[in-house]
Design a protein around this ligand. Structure first.
Ligand code: NOJ
Length: 864
């Protein structure tokens, strides 16, 4: 075992330098032990106390039961852990997804994360989280498996980017924090995922990759340096922890050649040490690869509990019980695992908010098996509770307010509904031929696109297609509306388009999770072009119609070169993945009921090369190595650095009115200098004691054994005989990393001290104000953006640091006001392992996009 990585040593020598290819090669992850124990800081004191009281009453097997899943399809939810009936604790239910309840009926299909990011609206994000949380609570879910900030969006073709928010860490960080607050205010635990650097689908898991025919032995390793980790990928997780996320899911990939769920550096040091995370880490499904080493590296709950689906074996369960009995794992560690789980439970108020699970992921029928995979215990499994609570109206509003107007000439938009001849084109305009839920996990191209594919989905209760909504609009005036929804029926398309006074063309591009390959897209997109021959479709329409409006439903950036400058394309809208109210939302924008205010949460470039980072499609070794050579330079930061002109830049979006900016003012606050956290923690608490006599942990005679179900019990009084022989998972480990079992007081991390890191990082150093005026005749909403130039030779030209969405009446002016914190103005220093404000001169910019920085001032950093 290498003690310290060359990578991190190198990083200490040259701060913030973009790490060269050679430096990232053979990256390793330094060992960091022991796992920090929860301390109740940052508003967790009461939850911590209640959790300790509860855990103190538990037996050893009950503790193991709460930390171990029951096995894939073992119960009603995508994940369940063992119950403690003696104390009235039900089996905790964990359920996808980040945009609504997966595998359930009578639920809402919300706007995707990567789409609502375009709303740049804190209140909207909170409300969406609250509405989703309400539905999860009513169906009896304890842990919602979302939101997502990993992937962040390093590569535009990354298959699951749309589940998260934005490749900008600040936009993502604010969105994730508001979403978590909303979810958890309903009494449901949010699980922020996937931790960390989980940026592509190809090679995320060995077996999946081999299934596609790739010659790999292990998951891909994302290799990144310390600065990139802190200034980019860890940033939104810090916001999630600060917002109180109860759970975090570790990811499939390796980080610097150590698997996410057994990586002591990222779990023990970064997440629980530096970020002071108080909740629990749960594994992604089958992302646990070892028993003892994952326990000591900070994992608190294994999902779905079996080693791989339906083996009946577990790295934990029986094996965890044995590793406690033989002393491999110290008691304080198991106590901490369960205390963290129960603290999250009390923190969000699950003790008062709980509803028994009333749906079944594996069977929509009313009656079926309680243990579906093995067909065990027949009975009532689905009560068909409609949990939608009228959320459709807010989904419509969220989708409309997330729509980005990219082009609008000759007053093409808004439409009046009285156009003499409206023509609608594209498969993306129509109802899904197989029904909105026709393809399992939405893994095909099937009518209008309103969510991506994979586990990040929900069943639509309905899906309003754009064609339906536009038709309703036109028919209010008994107008003319025709449509051709076969993308390739060029003869019919030209015949109708040539008569149209306005043609609306719907195009799309999809992606999703790696377990589904649709049309050669193994999760990640093969390219950034429109699907269904979108470019040719637009070309055919514009050849005969000089008032063509293009609407794009895409998972992220697409190449628009072939049409965006075409004078016959009079308007372009990016509508993302709007969810169930797609058609109504786009009609609200097209017909001017909602004045578009969304702004791009990513850059649209003119080629995939412009992004300078890409998916690795072919493995470069048995253990694919993906070096994040670009450091912090992704999306607009990469375009700025290389001086590449984007087609539509990050933060860009038009309105039906116009705004002007004036009167920048910077107010400095009296805040003292930063003090690193010092001192030591308390010793790890031990809650109760247990007998080490194996005969007390045998499978109880009064319990019926469900086949393949994961239990905490022993199968023999001989520990050697009892353990599950898993690939790597012996609970009698002969290698215990140095310090891993040490429960004595530990030094506190200088950049730590509370959930989210050192509290002084969030001190407000400056407040920036400006006057924003609406120059038009319509009320509009303007997203005002605050960027900072940190000034160092290795810093991006500018970085987003704050924003606000302001509603402004015609002719009116309002004041934009936004704070800058110490963290906002700091760089990560690898030598002191802390944030520092460098001596480089710093400027602040207020503008309407990342490339339209209208107001500027310097910052006086003296005294900080
Ligand atoms: C794997 C996915 O990566 C994760 O996001 C999801 O929550 C689990 N499967 C459970 O479905």
């Amino acid at each position: 075992m290498k003690l310290r990585s060359a990578l991190f040593l190198a990083a200490t020598l040259v701060r913030s330098q973009v790490i060269s290819n050679e430096t990232l090669d053979n990256a390793t992850s330094p060992p960091k032990y022991p796992t920090p124990w929860i301390d109740g800081s940052g508003g967790w004191a009461e939850a911590y106390r209640k959790a300790q009281d509860f855990v103190s009453q538990l037996t050893l097997v009950e503790k193991v039961n709460i930390s171990t899943g029951v096995g894939w399809e073992g119960e009603a939810c995508v994940g369940n852990v063992g119950a403690v009936p003696r104390l009235g604790l039900h089996s905790l239910c964990l359920q996808d997804s980040p945009l609504g309840i997966r595998f359930a009926d009578r639920v809402s299909a919300f706007t995707a994360g990567g789409t609502v990011a375009a709303a740049w609206d804190r209140g909207l994000w909170y409300q969406r989280g609250y509405d989703m949380g309400t539905e999860f609570r009513m169906k009896g879910v304890d842990v919602m498996l979302g939101p997502v900030v990993g992937p962040l969006g390093r590569m535009p073709a990354g298959g699951r980017n749309w589940e998260g928010f934005s490749p900008d860490p600040v936009l993502s960080g604010i969105a994730v924090a508001e979403t978590i607050r909303g979810i958890q205010d309903t009494g449901v635990i949010a699980c922020t995922k996937h931790f960390i650097a989980n940026e592509q689908e190809h090679f995320r898991q060995g077996p999946e990759g081999r299934g596609y025919g790739y010659n790999i032995t292990e998951s891909l390793s994302s290799n990144l340096d310390d600065v990139t980790m802190h200034e980019l990928y860890l940033w939104p997780f810090a916001d999630a922890v600060r917002a109180g996320t109860g759970a975090i899911m570790c990811s499939y990939n390796q980080i610097n050649n150590s698997y996410g769920c057994q990586n002591s550096y990222i779990q023990n040091y970064l997440l629980k040490g530096e970020l002071g995370f108080q909740g629990f880490i749960l594994s992604d499904w089958q992302a646990q690869h070892a028993g003892v080493s994952s326990t000591l590296a900070g994992l608190d709950m294994t999902m779905p509990g079996d080693t791989s689906f339906n083996t009946g074996l577990s790295y934990w369960g029986t094996n965890l019980t044995i590793s406690m009995l033989n002393g491999t794992i110290p008691e304080w560690r198991l106590d901490d695992m369960v205390t963290r789980i129960m603290a999250a439970y009390y923190y969000v108020g699950r003790d008062t908010a709980h509803t028994p699970t009333n749906f079944n992921s594996w069977n929509k029928a009313t009656y079926g098996y309680q243990h579906p995979f093995v067909g065990f215990n027949y009975g009532l499994i689905n009560e068909h509770v409609d949990v939608r609570e009228g959320h459709g109206a807010r989904i419509r509003d969220a989708a409309a307010r997330s729509t980005v107007l990219l082009k609008n000439v000759n007053g093409a938009l808004p439409l009046t509904g009285k156009e003499s001849f409206t023509a609608v084109f594209g498969n993306d305009a129509e109802d899904a031929p197989y029904g909105p839920n026709g393809c399992p996990n939405r893994g095909c191209r099937n009518g209008t696109l309103a969510m991506g594919w994979g586990s990040g989905t929900a069943d639509f209760p309905y899906l309003v297609s754009p064609l339906t909504a536009i038709q309703n609009e036109v028919l209010k005036n008994y107008g003319i509306i025709v449509s051709v929804t076969d993308d390739y029926a060029y003869g019919e398309i030209i015949a109708e388009a040539s008569q149209a006074s306005v043609a609306i063309v719907f195009v799309n591009a999809d992606s999703g999770e790696g377990f589904i390959n649709y049309d050669g897209n193994e999760g990640d997109r093969r390219n950034l072009t429109l699907w269904g021959g979108g470019d040719a479709l637009i070309q055919n329409v514009t050849a005969v119609c000089n008032n063509t409006i293009v609407v794009m439903h895409t998972v992220g950036p697409v190449l628009v070169n072939s049409f965006y400058e075409n004078p016959n394309v009079t308007a372009i809208l990016w509508a993302g993945l709007p969810g169930e109210q797609s058609g109504n939302a786009i009609a609200d924008i097209l017909y001017g009921r909602v004045n578009p205010g969304g702004k791009l949460p990513f850059t649209i470039g003119s080629s995939r090369e412009d992004y300078q980072t890409d998916v690795m499609y072919e493995p470069n070794g048995l253990v694919p190595q993906q070096n994040f050579e670009e450091g912090v330079f992704i999306d607009y930061r990469a375009f700025d650095k290389a001086d590449i002109e984007p087609v539509f830049e990050f933060g860009f979006g038009l309105s039906y009115t116009t705004f002007s900016y004036s009167g920048l003012n910077v107010q400095k606050h009296q805040v003292g200098p930063y003090t690193p956290t010092t001192g030591t923690t308390k010793a790890a608490p031990v809650l109760g004691n247990f007998s080490t006599d194996p005969s007390e942990y045998q499978f109880p005679e009064n319990v019926t054994r469900v086949p393949l179900y994961i239990y905490p019990y022993l199968n023999s009084t001989d520990l050697e005989e009892s353990y599950n022989h898993t690939d790597y998972g012996s609970p009698i480990s002969d290698y215990i990393p140095e310090g891993a079992t040490d429960g004595s007081p530990q030094p506190r991390v200088p950049a730590g001290g509370a959930p989210g890191g050192n509290p002084q990082l969030y001190d407000v150093l400056f407040t920036v104000t400006a006057t924003i005026t609406n120059n038009g005749t319509l009320t509009g909403e303007e997203i005002v953006q605050l960027y900072v130039s940190l000034g160092g030779p290795n810093d991006p030209r500018v970085v987003l640091r704050n924003f606000d969405r302001l509603s402004i009446g015609p002719g009116q002016s309002v004041t934009f006001s936004a704070d800058l914190t110490r963290r906002d103005l700091s760089n990560w220093d690898t030598v002191s392992q802390n944030w520092v404000i460098t001596d480089y001169p710093k400027t602040v910019h207020v503008g309407s996009s990342s490339r339209n920085l209208l107001l500027e001032d310097t910052l006086d950093l003296g005294g900080y």
